[in-house]
Design a protein around this ligand. Structure first.
Ligand code: URA
Length: 453
């Protein structure tokens, strides 16, 4: 069948066969299918959807587009976490070394910024020298030496996702359950992990706006993970407001360093500790299986709040002892980055211009809209609108106040950081609009909404 016919079939809402998906993806990687045809297919899939069988086939073909790492020589459990994308979502950068400090191996393939959300890879690349483009051998060696590595998709690992991810970002085809599920799971299956915690973001700043849809996405990803022998759980977390107090790249790295030094915003810490606790629970389950001391099954075992709290306390201990920070430094060094940024964050890129945003009335901050803040950060240069855009690592926004804070007219609630002045006025307007002030304090924000096993 010709590529045109495959696109037409999906455009008309018909089901496509696995061999047709394969023809498209292989052709795209071989540069026989051009960007414009793949973009047309993505838009057709976005609008018409892919059913579970098509999503499974797409994921399998995307996995097979590269290598699946075989990490069986490492006896420790290999557990990763992946988020569906949020604003100020710097969780992976703290969580990966933190969980590695607890003895779980974390081989993480992460992504760049997508739409108005930031990407772990872009953030890490703001560290001078930090190399995210690792070949398989280096990926494996760093993992072996430090127990943690964070790299981008490559020619060898998840190459189909590498190309499709960038194309989706430039064609408004990101917010699709089957496309998100296949993108994330193809990377995760290729990593050679045996456990996975998914952070399904829900709310204005996420690609998925309702809990119902978030659960649908979680269920298909859990199914894809389990079918590949990966113990997978999903945690639904709130993304109506940015996580932590920074949105951008270098400024988020600064915040991560502070978190690892024990200075964290409560919402960010809550997500880190909850996801980390689940990574440890999965890691323990995998250990018990390999040691053959009676398999316990997460689905059958009652996971008590007490157990999760115990793991959270353990992780907090690793932050307070400096072990997690030490692991972060090891990771930065192993990936060619300058570890001096930890003692001297001034070595990270800094923007030439700053502009404070003042609040216009007295009251309580009801909400800081994550989507508006994400869009403003993009306008300042922290994200891309075209495949070949360069991002400005120094650009971003710091949030001095978050929901629940009492404010008075004239208080500085946020600060813009930028080099490019072209869109700063529009970004300023969006940030102002993002702060919603009312006379009554808001009800308490529930950050961790639900856990799906
Ligand atoms: N993260 C990914 O890796 N892919 C998506 O499509 C969305 C978030």
């Amino acid at each position: 069948m010709s590529v045109l016919e495959i696109i037409r079939k999906k455009r008309d809402g018909l089901k496509i066969e696995k061999k047709e998906i394969e023809q498209l993806i292989r052709g795209y990687l071989a540069e026989e299918v051009p960007d414009y045809q793949m973009a047309a297919f993505l838009m057709a899939a976005f609008i018409r959807g892919l059913d579970d069988t098509e999503t499974e086939a797409l994921t399998e073909i995307m996995v097979q587009s590269g290598e699946v790492l075989d990490l069986r020589e490492m006896a420790d459990p290999k557990v990763d976490k992946h988020s569906t994308g949020g604003v100020g979502d710097k969780v992976s950068i703290v969580l990966a070394p933190l969980v590695a400090a607890a003895g779980v191996v974390v081989p993480m393939i992460a992504g760049r910024g997508l739409g108005h959300t930031g990407g772990t890879i872009d953030k890490l690349e703001s560290i001078p020298g930090f190399n995210t483009q690792l070949n398989v051998l280096d990926f494996r060696n760093i993992l072996w030496d430090t127990g943690v590595v964070i790299a981008s998709q490559s020619e060898k690992i998840a190459p189909a996702d590498r190309k499709l991810y960038a194309l989706r970002n430039a064609t408004s085809t990101v917010e699709s359950i089957p496309l998100i599920a296949s993108s994330i799971m193809s990377k995760k299956i290729a990593e050679g992990i045996n456990g996975l915690v998914l952070d399904i973001k829900v709310g204005s700043g996420a690609f998925i706006k309702t809990e119902e849809e978030a659960e649908r996405l979680a269920r298909i990803m859990i199914k894809l993970g389990e079918a590949s022998g990966i113990k997978t759980i999903a945690v639904l977390t709130d993304m109506n407001e940015p996580l932590g107090k920074t949105v951008g790249n270098a400024i988020e790295i600064r915040e991560c360093i502070n978190v690892l030094k024990g200075k964290a915003e409560q919402d960010l810490l809550d997500v880190i500790l909850t996801l980390g606790a689940w990574m440890l629970v999965i890691g323990e389950e995998l250990l018990e299986e390999t040691e053959d001391v009676g398999v316990f099954n997460i689905k059958e075992k009652e996971i008590t709040e007490e157990l999760i709290n115990e793991k959270r306390i353990k992780l907090e201990g690793l932050i307070n002892s400096g072990d997690a920070l030490e692991k972060f430094i090891q990771m930065v060094e192993a990936q060619g980055g300058n570890p001096e940024i930890v003692a001297n964050p001034g070595l990270l890129p800094v923007a030439e211009n700053i502009r404070p945003v003042e609040i216009e009335k007295d009251g309580f901050i009801q909400r800081v809209d994550a989507e508006l803040i994400g869009k403003a950060a993009m306008l300042l240069g922290a994200g891309r609108t075209r495949i070949d855009d360069n991002i400005d690592h120094a650009a971003g926004i710091t949030l001095n106040k978050k929901s629940g804070s009492e404010v008075h007219k004239g208080d500085v609630v946020a600060v813009l950081h930028y080099n490019d002045t072209n869109s700063s006025e529009e970004a300023y307007r969006l940030v102002k609009e993002a702060f919603q002030v009312t006379s009554e304090p808001p009800s308490e924000r529930q950050i961790v909404r639900k856990v799906l096993l």
